[in-house]
Design a protein around this ligand. Structure first.
Ligand code: SF4
Length: 355
């Protein structure tokens, strides 16, 4: 693209972003700790989901040093429900590294930011550009889509050659005076206007520069490989009740649930699909018969759709589970739990059980 067109494109996009960019709490700050927290929370999570968690987290840990000084369990408790708990642990570890290695001052140097746990190229570039105004290009799925269409790039962008080309074009496009705003404007454009299906080209601020729109290819680009298949799983969860106390234990990694380090929950098992076989599987695994089904729901995470059925048992122990503890129902909220276990805990809050 000609340098005059590049300048026009940048200014059109930035003016649109200034006029129409969504109001997000991390857009009013240059505090690198707040920016990093927002960028990490936004990984694989929608803006509308992140906003209340961001406020809650910032109320509890208003500064990086406050986060670094907090126990891991307290941090996980504030993150509980947002999922992908490794993110919370990485953020907490980063705060501790910055406190010990950088005397509490967030590093401005790209190589040092990149060394922080969980800071890949995208997170590093986004933080560096938003917090320090460094001319770093952030390349996420939204930006890949916008660039592929803007330059009408055919081929699979998950392949290295095209990926490198997109990164180069994105870097040439970057507004070096306002890199943070520019990166955010591109993400916003990809998230709201240049959407995967039915892009809103008539209202796009950069449509006059867009090759795909001129060629009528906007719906066909980028040429992504087929969507990953969805895997359905079934899990039975055992809730043990005895003397008005409930058994909980440290969560173990399970297929579809990702890392659970530091989280608590109820014993769970993979079972077969139909209800009858899940009951017999449950008996075989636990040696117990349930009193009733407490609740059932479907939990979606990455490519997994997990049908969860929670059973109540009046029992003192369960086969193969010894690492947990017994707590009152009212105390359950002190423990960080993934959202599936939180839903089950909520179903326990009935007056006759809660004393
Ligand atoms: S004109 Fe259409 S395809 Fe091109 S960048 Fe804008 S929304 Fe995307």
């Amino acid at each position: 693209m000609h340098s005059y067109s590049l300048r026009k494109l940048r200014s059109s996009l930035l003016s649109w972003f200034a006029r129409s960019g969504r109001n997000m709490p991390w857009r009013h700050t240059r505090d690198p700790y707040r920016v990093l927290t927002a960028v990490i929370m936004l990984q694989q999570t929608q803006v509308s989901t992140v906003i209340p968690y961001f406020h809650k987290f910032m109320n509890c840990f208003p500064s990086l040093l406050k986060l670094a000084a907090s126990p891991r369990q307290t941090v996980l408790k504030q993150w509980a429900g947002l999922g992908y708990y490794r993110r919370a642990i990485n953020l907490w570890k980063s705060a501790r590294i910055i406190r010990s290695k950088h005397r509490g001052r967030f590093p401005r140097n790209i190589a040092e930011i990149r060394k922080l746990p969980g800071c890949g190229p995208y997170t590093t570039a986004t933080v560096a550009s938003m917090a320090f105004n460094l001319p770093e290009t952030a390349v996420d799925g939204n930006i890949i889509r916008v660039i592929s269409r803007l330059y009408a790039l055919k081929g699979d962008p998950s392949k290295k050659t095209l990926r490198n080309k997109i990164a180069l074009l994105a870097s040439q496009l970057l507004d070096r005076k306002y890199p943070g705003d520019f990166n955010q404007a591109m993400m916003e454009l990809g998230g709201r206007i240049c959407t995967p299906r039915s892009p809103a080209c008539p209202v796009c601020p950069i449509r006059i520069f867009c090759s795909a729109q001129k060629k009528g290819l906007q719906e066909q680009l980028p040429q992504l490989p087929g969507r990953p298949f969805v895997e359905k799983l079934d899990r039975a969860v055992s809730v043990l009740l005895q003397n008005n106390k409930i058994y909980i234990e440290p969560k173990k990694p399970a297929k579809g649930f990702g890392l659970m380090e530091g989280m608590w929950g109820f014993p769970g098992f993979a079972v077969k699909h139909d209800a009858r076989s899940s009951l017999s599987d449950l008996h075989a695994v636990t040696g117990l018969d349930p009193v009733k089904v407490l609740c059932q729901f479907t939990h979606s995470i990455t490519r997994y759709r997990i049908r969860v059925r929670a059973f109540l048992f009046m029992a003192k122990k369960i086969k193969g589970h010894k690492t947990g503890k017994w707590v009152r129902i009212g105390e359950l909220e002190k423990y960080p739990m993934p959202s599936a276990d939180q839903k089950i805990a909520a179903s326990l809050k009935i007056p006759s059980l809660n004393s």
